[in-house]
Write a protein that binds this ligand. Sequence first.
Ligand code: GAP
Length: 460
Amino acid sequence: MAEQTSGQTNMEKLVSLCQRRGFIFPSSEIYGGLSSCWDYGPLGVELKQNVKQAWWRAIVRERDDMVGLDASILMHPKVWEASGHLEGFSDPLVECKSCHLRWRTDELKDNSCPSCGGEVTEPHLFNLMFKTFMGPIEEEANVVYLRPETAQGIFVNFQNVLNTTRKRLPFGIAQMGKAFRNEITTGNFIFRSREFEQMEIEYFVKPGTAEEWFDYWLEERRNWYVNLGIKKENLRLRPHTEEELAHYARKCSDIDFLFPMGWAELEGIANRGDFDLVQHAKYSGKSLSYLDEETNEHIVPYIIEPSAGVDRSVLAFLCDAYAEEPDKEEIRVLLHLHPDLAPIKVAVLPLSKRENLVQFAKEIYADLRACWMVQYDDTQSIGRRYRRQDEIGTPFCVTIDFQSLEDNQVTIRERDSMNQIRLPIAELKETLAAKLAGEELFVLPPGGQIWKEGGNESQN
Ligand code: GAP
């Protein structure tokens, strides 16, 4: 886990921004919060949805060899016997005989309680799955579990997907959704919580080709983060040692990110071999094999699993986007979020609250919001409004002034460079669409002008 302090983004500052601006709140805050559970506020929910959409687009929509799935959270209890979660998904814990706090054995420095120094018990295994009951009677026969990973929903639907889509190997099934783990040690904001979301791929391949697909997915997944704004130098691959490998894995490598508390796992990529399909076939009594048309033989595919955390991805994107820049006597705080991820794409800002200007600006706002998540703001000075949008990562502001009423032109101001350009309203939507898609900024007509906020005119 954490080995080195990043020093780049201060977690306290990030948490404070998230709370102040409505990205992320502690769960049930008015009751004092619920340990390690978090609520995504108005901006957080947009950011999180954008992360998931970017993943779905890259993994499902833009590929021929992938399909999606949304399996239920509650599953037949036998699933967890077959998967090994009932037996193996546990941490050894000791309990302090004086203060009764429980600790993972790897948290102990010596054989005493890290909190009060008291004597601790022998370790006992503690299962991380949340238990509940199906139906009104709370008895052992009705126990079900909240899924600790989304992956099992994919394995048990392998044959359904194969029969209904006629996919041939290699192909994958992707799923995102909630997972629950009664983690012993939580913390570092949304890095490790008890309720979180995963984005998982189970990629089915012919045995003998697993190694090359493993390498392929490592590269593919690393590029996904980089293309969305994660700095290359803040990512590393960390292969698991033999001792670390989970019971189902033949090989595994983490994609680590340099979080403020140090290097830690962002996503895990595993070669699960045929473990899951063999286990579920055994426990369900159903065949989960695949007819290889080339050899006319039934085979059990191997599985490559790139398994990412939505919340950890959100945290990584926020960490790498956060910046503080000197701005005259003050500090400009901004989030350099990739336009695909930014919660608000465009802010519409009339220079004054005069009725005719407000009405004009609201018409532009209504037009733009049909295309994107757009915010309208007419309170306080324009400088303050720009800063507010910088702080939440809005890539573009559209400013409407009195001249706009006369010449039907508005100003677009870009978040990162603070460059501004004036252009006809008729070209506004098309220009914003191009800029949000990452096209070259502000290609000017001859004689056109770019200027910096607060001066510095330049001409091309
Ligand atoms: N199906 C394989 C699997 O679940 P994992 O390494 O236990 O593997 C995959 O989890 C990803 O899920 C992790 O890389 C992490 O991003 C996320 N994750 C796991 N536990 C988490 C927790 N308690 N809080 C937030 N994210 C978590």
